[in-house]
Design a protein around this ligand. Sequence first.
Ligand code: FES
Ligand code: FES
Length: 220
Amino acid sequence: MTKADPTDISRRHLLIVAGASAAVGASPFCHDAVAAPAVKPVAPSTPPPVHSAKVSLQINGSVRDLMLDTRTTLLDALREHLHLTGTKKGCDHGQCGACTVMVDGQRINSCLTLAVMHEGAKVTTIEGLGTPENLHPMQAAFVKHDGYQCGYCTPGQICSAVAVLDEIKAGVPSHVSDDLNAEPQATALEMRERMSGNICRCGAYSNIVDAMTEVAGSRA
Ligand code: FES
Ligand code: FES
């Protein structure tokens, strides 16, 4: 019995594979011999229609009429259309609080809400709280207690801090309130919990609490 020559098997195997490829017209070595399948032209994608709407907002006491793409966030309306750049864009995803403003007296992450949802609303930004010559008490307390370093989060922190003290004063309980029926107090724990949506990369938290404590005390 003679042993099969391994080179002979390889040669035959190669011929079989080549023959099969030629039969289906798919030889990768001979593009010219086989007509390529027709490629259907793809219609150019059309951009989505832009829907604009008129919206009227009371920004820091002034009525402002805007014509906006309905997808415009309140944050972009403030910064890009009204050039009120005091309100900061940090994450643009509702996670840092840098964009906090007050809408009808309640704080809100302006990056998470569309401007057209607030027709006629009263919007207060950091520019509307005080002026360099006449600071809001919370602004003055932040300066006094060094409640910032780079200052990027500060406008949102101050708007939030003002709203937090209003919430406590109005008797709104928080996650850390022991008794939901008792009047909440402006303790450090309450303030820290309520400010937990405002992130400060510089870590000015303890000084922010000191500033808030001073303002809360002066309100009592
Ligand atoms: Fe809005 Fe961060 S920019 S929460
Ligand atoms: Fe820098 Fe808060 S002061 S991020």
